[in-house]
Unconditional design. Structure first.
Length: 292
């Protein structure tokens, strides 16, 4: 990170606790990010670190490159008068992951929503990528449907994990339309799939990560052709690695942005291209519309 000091990078999905060793690199440039947890102990550890990190923002944020009033209040030492840690430059989500749909955690999730301790539900969804995951189909569907109901009731966005489940996603269009925003994390569908979701009235956003740098054809096609105001980017750190890598750092969000910018700019005469800073600003606007 830090390739362009005027750019503000927004990571729509990463995992703070497994990425703890690399999180310090985030302070090298202005950023916003949503970190996810899927277990109660993980969330409680994450919440503590989020509060600490939001209270230690870098000077660039204080000087106004990062424009969130709540963050500036923390910098000035004003007390945090509520229980919310869905504030500042690091935001939080919690969800029942489809690979481990722990239904017993639904009351904990509802409590977080009631106390405004998270800004989104996720990641949640459906994963039928392997026979092992498919064997848990009933629990996955029950967990996903319950989380969509909570998202609609508490008016928060969802971050959706979907693999080999596009038809099941379409079948839930009516429920998804009731959610303020639906972020398809590491979207694996085609541009046609994405447009069909939008045509069904779902306020959908499509997030992409390092597969853009690894020749992922459907992801590349989506980033090139979907409306700019429907795109988000992510690292999914420490996961979603390229070949030969052991882990992904949250700081690599700038590399994802650069790859996406080059894809969007391909074939456009240099003098007609938007600037990289303007491109980042457009994605920041998308991020703010979804997460506030």
């Amino acid at each position: 990170m830090g390739k362009n000091s005027l750019a503000l990078f927004c990571d729509a999905h990463f995992h703070l606790i497994p990425s703890e060793a690399a999180v310090g690199e985030l302070w090298q440039a202005p950023f916003r990010a949503v970190t996810a947890a899927h277990f109660v102990d993980e969330f409680l550890a994450q919440e503590k670190r989020v509060k600490e990190l939001n209270a230690s923002v870098i000077p660039a944020l204080v000087e106004g490159i990062f424009r969130t009033k709540d963050c500036c209040a923390k910098c000035a030492g004003e007390p945090d008068n509520d229980n919310s840690s869905a504030r500042g430059n690091l935001l939080q989500s919690f969800g029942l992951h489809p690979q481990e749909p722990l239904l017993e955690n639904l009351p904990f999730l509802e409590g977080l929503l009631q106390e405004k301790r998270i800004c989104a539900i996720g990641e949640c969804g459906l994963d039928f990528f392997t026979p092992e995951f498919s064997a848990n189909r009933a629990a996955q569907e029950k967990a996903f449907d319950a989380q969509l109901e909570l998202a609609a009731r508490f008016s928060v966005p969802v971050i959706v994990h979907a693999r080999k489940a596009i038809q099941e996603i379409f079948a839930r269009a009516a429920a998804l339309k009731k959610v303020p925003a639906v972020v398809f994390h590491s979207f694996a569908g085609t541009p046609s799939d994405a447009r069909s979701l939008l045509d069904k009235g779902i306020n959908a956003y499509f997030s992409f990560g390092k597969p853009l740098m690894n020749g992922a054809k459907k992801a590349i096609s989506c980033v090139r052709s979907l409306p700019l105001d429907r795109l988000l980017f992510e690292t999914d750190a420490p996961y979603q690695t390229l070949k030969g890598e052991r882990a992904t750092s949250p700081a690599e969000i700038s590399d994802v942005y650069q790859a996406a910018f080059e894809l969007r700019s391909a074939g456009i005469p240099f003098e007609a291209r938007p600037s990289f800073v303007d491109f980042c600003g457009a994605i920041e606007s998308n991020f703010s519309r979804v997460f506030g």
